[in-house]
Design a protein around this ligand. Structure first.
Ligand SMILES: Cc1cc2nc3c(=O)[nH]c(=O)nc-3n(C[C@H](O)[C@H](O)[C@H](O)COP(=O)(O)O)c2cc1C
Length: 183
């Protein structure tokens, strides 16, 4: 019988549930600091506040998180779209991507990792757990501090102001529409 659904290849399953904001994870250890886009990011709990990211073990990002136990989740927006794509195209092992991309950073409040000055908002996280799954590590972080751009968040995002970027698969991205309130 014909259903209203068309099957999606399992290789693309995540695209059905992963159109939340793409984030840029910043990391630092010793003299190194780095930034890389991570689409696979999610909240885990609100009390205590926990967030998780899934990072390939080959990425410099994973190495720096394992060394420092800290990372920041910067919510990508239109203002840093070009820079974010650059940070996703090369490894921080050979290039100082923050410097080369022209991204401006400010000091984190609770962690030694810098955060992106022009992103929509950010979370400062300390690793409380990490789980390895054949080539990727899911880092679960306790959120120690969270901030959003003034005017872009009033208990939730104001999409027209926040202009968050959503990775919907491959080379495709989307901005959100206008927000509405349910009954
Ligand atoms: C839009 C976008 C989303 C990405 N999402 C992820 C992700 O969720 N997890 C991951 O491990 N890599 C992801 N990547 C790939 C890394 O960002 C990319 O390989 C980067 O160069 C790694 O940099 P690093 O070696 O400096 O950490 C993504 C790349 C792009 C462009």
């Amino acid at each position: 019988m014909k259903t209203p659904f068309k099957s999606v290849p399992l290789k693309q399953f995540y695209r059905l549930i992963n159109h939340g904001p793409c984030v840029v994870v910043t990391t630092a250890s010793g003299k190194s600091k780095n930034a890389a886009p991570i689409a696979w990011a999610m909240p885990v709990n609100d009390e205590p506040p926990l967030a998780a990211i899934s990072v390939a073990d080959t990425h410099f990002t994973a190495e720096l998180i394992k060394k420092s136990g800290e990372f920041a989740i910067n919510v990508a927006n239109e203002a840093i779209l070009k820079e974010m794509l650059f940070c996703g195209s090369v490894s921080g092992r050979k290039t100082d991507k923050i410097k080369k991309s022209g991204l401006s950073v400010i000091k984190g409040k609770k962690i030694k990792v810098p955060v992106l000055k022009d992103c929509a908002g950010y979370l400062e996280c300390r690793v409380i757990d990490s789980i390895e799954y054949g080539g990727v590590t899911v880092f679960v972080g306790k959120v120690l501090y969270a901030a959003a751009k003034r005017g872009a968040f009033d208990s939730c995002w104001v999409p027209e102001k926040a202009k968050t970027v959503h990775h919907i698969g491959g080379k495709f991205f989307a901005f959100t529409g206008s927000r509405f309130q349910s009954e």
